[in-house]
Design a protein around this ligand. Structure first.
Ligand SMILES: *Cc1c(COP(=O)(O)O)cnc(C)c1O
Length: 442
């Protein structure tokens, strides 16, 4: 099973080692931790904490690195940003301006992508449970491609498109039955997962799709999981998809596009991680000479390293057995450690804290659950009340997964661009929490 091996805190990279591996962050001797040209302490002073901070420059440079790797490999391949990783309009718009399309998994995300300026023809809609109203929206907007995940959905879409007098361009999302992903909750390409069409049924369903009114089958899609740190499952999945496409073509059907999915992992813990060039190489090995348009759906890889979550230390609590650093961010803000046992780097913001001696501490939030733990036995400086820390690589599956649990207003979001910054979502107020609550008449 692709679950996390428990990480030994003795092998954790130090805050200095984490910063050395991240070119958008640096510790300035006077100004403390900087994201690009902006002092994180200045943002915390004006906006408070917890606050998400994203680097527009990092979004742009990562998109360009990915697009460049595909181009260098000689591939005709279009990245569609997987909006679910961070659906803020400013994030989608920044990537769209670089040329990214969008991969969406709900009607709401579809509307967000359009609102952020992604052309409909560059939108792909994936997901195992698209409702009839959602399919109607996709058909009415004439989006680029709908990735269909079952025979049942194909029938629904045929009816919706026919009723609208439209023809939907469809790819079949195929489940290649491979193990991938950093955690079993984010592995999606095994035969037992809910996603995709069974590999052995796909060729027959493609032929059936070609007979349905309102449906134009154009390709095959796959998406095998998330936080994938090894190219082997990609190679296996792509080889199986190539074989399938040949089978479908041999039966006389056109296959114009192959959507390779997302899932490329990032080095949260400075672990070795595949590069876009490596992924492009795997795509090329499987699909060169096939005369297809390629697409991919990266989410985390584009936005994860572009964001940090800024938090303040509430207090440090010493028990007979442990030091606990209690911060004002919690699992309602960043749920990944509680939900996926994920590891996030934690770096002090003050230049004084950055040179203080390190000792182990558990870093926890204020929520009334033991799961509200960000890190165990992490080597950190003393950290007095009010000290700022940054949770690294928090741009993906961070703010989007947050909730107001424990009546904690949603954190503010800020976007840095060079040496300027903008509040792109003000902190929710306490009044906002119940603004839509209704008391029944008594
Ligand atoms: C979640 C998802 C992605 C993005 O996954 P990342 O690991 O963030 O790259 C891409 N495609 C589909 C269909 C998804 O569900």
């Amino acid at each position: 099973m692709a679950t996390h091996a428990p990480t030994d805190p003795a092998d954790d990279p130090s805050p200095a080692e984490l910063l050395a591996g991240r070119n958008n962050l640096r510790m300035h001797a006077m100004d403390g931790l900087m994201l690009d040209g902006v002092k994180l302490s200045a943002i915390a002073r004006e906006v408070g904490t917890p606050t998400w901070v994203y680097s527009a420059g990092t979004l742009r440079s990562r998109y360009q690195a990915l697009a460049g790797a595909l181009k260098d490999a000689g591939l005709d391949a279009q990245p569609h940003y997987a909006v679910k990783a961070n659906d803020h309009l400013a994030v989608i718009a920044t990537l769209a301006r670089e040329g990214a399309g969008a991969d969406v998994v709900s009607g709401g995300e579809l509307r967000r992508a359009l609102k952020a300026g992604v052309p409909a023809k560059h939108i792909v809609y994936s997901g195992v449970g698209k409702s009839v109203p959602e399919l109607r929206l996709a058909v009415a907007e004439d989006i680029g491609q709908i990735n269909v995940e079952s025979a049942e959905e194909l029938a629904m879409l045929s009816a919706v498109a026919t009723a609208a007098g439209r023809v939907a361009r469809v790819a079949l999302r195929v489940n290649p039955d491979v193990e991938a992903g950093g955690n079993s909750k984010i592995s999606t390409g095994r035969a037992t997962d809910k996603f995709g069409i069974a590999y052995d049924a796909a060729a027959a369903l493609y032929a059936h799709a070609a007979t349905l009114p309102g449906i134009q089958p154009v390709g095959i899609a796959t998406h095998i999981g998330s936080q994938i740190l090894d190219l082997a499952p990609y190679r296996d999945a792509f080889a199986r998809i190539a074989t399938l496409v040949r089978t479908i073509r041999d039966a006389g059907y056109k296959v114009e596009s192959i959507d390779c999915g997302g899932g490329l992992g990032i080095p949260y813990r400075n672990e070795p991680a595949p590069s876009p060039a490596g992924l492009a190489g795997a795509m090329k090995a499987a699909f060169h000479n096939m005369d297809v348009r390629l697409a991919l759906e990266p989410g985390r890889w584009l936005v994860g390293p572009a964001g940090v979550l800024l938090a303040s230390v509430v207090l440090t609590k010493q028990t007979p057995v442990k030091r606990f650093v209690v911060v004002d961010a919690a699992m309602n803000d960043l749920v990944r450690p509680a939900m996926y046992e994920s590891w996030h780097g934690i770096v002090p913001v003050s230049p004084v804290d950055a040179v203080a001696p390190l000792s182990p501490a558990d870093v926890v939030g204020p929520i009334c659950e033991s799961g509200d733990t960000f890190a165990k036995e992490r080597a950190l400086p003393p950290l007095a009340p009010g000290a700022l820390v940054a949770f690294l690589d928090a741009g993906a599956y961070g703010a989007v997964m947050s909730s107001p649990y424990n009546a904690r207003p949603r954190a503010a979001e800020v976007m840095v661009d060079g040496d300027r910054w903008t509040v792109i979502r003000p902190r929710q107020t306490i009044d906002d929490l119940w603004a839509n609550e209704v008391l029944p008449a008594s």
